[in-house]
Design a protein around this ligand. Structure first.
Ligand code: PLP
Length: 286
């Protein structure tokens, strides 16, 4: 396996990072997860812009200019003999002496990993996944903004552990006002009173790129869409519910806190959006 590390592609065994890297010591860094279909990357420009934004929000200048990323990502896929791929870009603050001052790190560390796409058990897409409402609140936007896609992932890991301990697929986190936000690596959608609802960015979520595509597809089809602040009670009235992210695309959710959502099976709008996503995919490939 070829991995890009800082300025060249190296074999997996040689792809090692210093124990003084501030990504390792402090979770100081940013990342992106992308997906390629048939050798073409989904929403490439949007992912690169978000990476740039995340870096900017933590005062980290990406050492690779935006125009050079596509060739590197394509090389990462090609060298590993992949057409369909999961690609992860990690940019950490880099190696430096102990201490929080980012100035201690002279050069950010850049890693690009390309792997076969993550596979989810196919039956999950047919029957839907189970969610719990987490006791762990989503990070406060005024403390660690969820729109920074940072290496600092403990907030989500604590919630994920809670989900796994209770036999659920994932945990839905609430913000401090008690409004639903997102799951640990995905955005939330639900259908209520004939509308496709999703928590607004202001609720303190990552502005997911799959979320953006789903909203666009729904609007193009004249499906009523609403972004807002929703309580758990509002979610309980949902007839359908699903999650979105780059790896899963659209994943139906059939249960929240052991109660069925609607009929307890993937609903018609969820299935329609899954089909629309697939049939429109080529429009979104770079
Ligand atoms: N929310 C969180 C916390 C995430 O980590 C992710 C993806 O990793 C998403 C939402 C979905 O984002 P995207 O659709 O851009 O993959």
């Amino acid at each position: 396996m070829w991995i890009y590390l800082n300025d060249r592609f190296v074999d997996r065994k040689a792809a090692v990072v210093s124990v003084f890297d501030h990504g390792f010591l402090y979770g100081d860094g940013v990342y992106e997860t992308l997906r390629a279909y048939g050798g073409r990357i989904f929403m490439l420009q949007q992912h690169l812009s978000r990476l740039q934004r995340s870096g900017h929000l933590i005062g980290l200048d990406l050492p690779i200019p935006e125009k050079d990323w596509p060739a590197l990502l394509n090389e990462a896929i090609g060298r590993n003999g992949l057409m369909d791929a999961y690609i992860r870009i990690t940019v950490s603050r880099g190696e430096g002496e102990i201490g929080l001052d980012p100035g201690l790190c002279k050069h950010p560390t850049v890693v690009i990993v390309a792997l076969p796409p993550q596979s989810y058990p196919p039956h999950l897409f047919r029957v839907g996944v189970k969610l719990i409402i987490s006791r762990v609140s989503r990070n406060l936007a005024a403390a660690l903004p969820p729109r920074i896609k940072s290496l600092n992932f403990l907030n989500n890991i604590l919630a994920k552990q809670e989900a796994l301990q209770s036999g659920a697929f994932d945990a839905l986190m609430l913000n401090v006002e008690g409004h639903v936000t997102e799951c640990t690596t995905s955005n939330l959608f639900f259908v209520r009173t004939g509308r496709l609802c999703t928590p607004s960015i202001a609720c303190g979520i990552l502005d997911g790129i799959t979320r953006e595509v789903v909203l666009l597809l729904a609007q193009e089809q004249g499906i009523p869409v609403e972004e807002g602040a929703y309580t758990v009670e509002a979610l309980r009235q949902a007839k359908e519910c699903f999650l979105t992210n780059t790896s899963m695309e659209i994943m139906p959710a059939c249960q929240v806190d052991h109660l069925p959502v609607g009929s307890g099976r993937p609903g018609p709008l969820t299935i329609r959006l899954q089909e629309l996503f697939r049939s429109n995919l080529a429009r979104f490939l770079g």
